[in-house]
Design a protein around this ligand. Structure first.
Ligand SMILES: C[S@@+](CC[C@H](N)C(=O)[O-])C[C@H]1O[C@@H](n2cnc3c(N)ncnc32)[C@H](O)[C@@H]1O
Length: 284
């Protein structure tokens, strides 16, 4: 635990920038609104690069599979800033790929519920935190569908809905272990609800070190471990080497997982680029 004042926190930010010059260039580029959608995604220039990455990857996968319409989901909406950005990323991905994208937001609408036990980390999160102005949010993102209520109830209801396009991207930011367990029950749904690989952003697997020390025994990491232990055909796994592949490694790289639905009828279908090299000639 540390107790830094605002001047000291500012100094730390300045030292981080100065010791990693790439960050200064990146921060500057983020503010300049130029470059195509693809370029801005590749350089992680959008304000929530994890949403840009996840939605783009889902749309491209759908395009390669010939699926014209997908869904993306945010579990834990709170004030709605994330849902607004998810909507913007979906619109840009649709323009780039031609794949239509529906948006769903799941939340109680009344802030965090009562914690169940120590695994919900009540030493840092409290009942009632993160309230929501439902009317204002509906106004701001009219095309997003809000699934209001406890996700323990709304997830099974959602899986019974008809005409939901296959899910390609899921963000889970519900803080508690118990709520993450409930959100992950989505992946107990049958394969036709999903793309064969679903990109996921799992927010509560890393936290500020003066607050939360996440580990596999508590919180969202516990929920992921239990899901993987009990699911034979769907596994959640990080994208190995993602930070090395991005132009600038960033903390969000470690929060990206993919739900691999091994019994999905399309799981093994080839989705490599049509122009990918199939011969590797020996050059002199
Ligand atoms: C940290 S906030 C989400 C912040 C949001 N993703 C963003 O980026 O602005 C967590 C949200 O999860 C919701 N939540 C937690 N447990 C829930 C549950 N069991 N059912 C429904 N919503 C839940 C809370 O209501 C709260 O709004």
């Amino acid at each position: 635990m540390t107790s830094l004042n605002s001047l000291e926190r500012g100094m730390i930010r300045a030292v981080r920038l100065l010791t990693r010059p790439g960050r200064i260039v990146h921060a500057a580029l983020r503010r300049i609104p130029v470059g195509s959608y693809e370029l801005r995604c590749a350089l992680d220039l959008y304000p929530r690069p994890h949403y840009a990455y996840g939605v783009q990857q889902a749309a491209v996968l759908a395009q390669r599979l010939g699926i014209p319409h997908i869904s993306v989901i945010e579990f834990g909406v709170a004030g709605g800033q994330g849902l607004v950005e998810l909507d913007r990323m979906a619109q840009l991905a649709t323009e780039a790929t031609g794949v239509a994208i529906d948006i769903y937001g799941f939340d109680r609408g009344e802030g965090l519920p009562k914690p169940s036990d120590f695994r919900d980390l009540p030493y840092i999160w409290r009942e009632g935190d993160f309230t929501m102005d439902v009317a204002a949010l509906r106004n701001k993102v009219p095309r997003a569908r809000l699934m209001l209520g406890d996700i323990e109830v709304t997830v099974p209801e959602f899986l019974k809905l008809e005409r939901v396009a296959p899910i390609g991207f899921v963000s889970i930011d519900v803080d508690y272990y118990s709520s993450s367990v409930a959100a992950l029950k989505l992946f107990r749904g049958s394969p036709e609800h999903f793309l064969p690989r679903v990109f996921c952003y799992l927010d509560d697997t890393v936290g500020d070190d003066d607050q939360i020390i996440h580990n596999e025994y508590v919180g969202e990491l516990r929920a992921i471990a239990e899901f993987n232990e009990t699911s034979a055909t769907t596994k959640l796994a990080p994208v190995n080497g993602l930070s090395a592949k991005r132009t600038l490694a960033a903390p969000w790289n470690d929060l990206i997982y993919v739900a691999h639905i091994f019994d999905h009828p399309e799981y093994s279908r080839y989705v490599g680029r049509a122009d990918s090299q199939t011969q590797l000639p020996l050059h002199a």
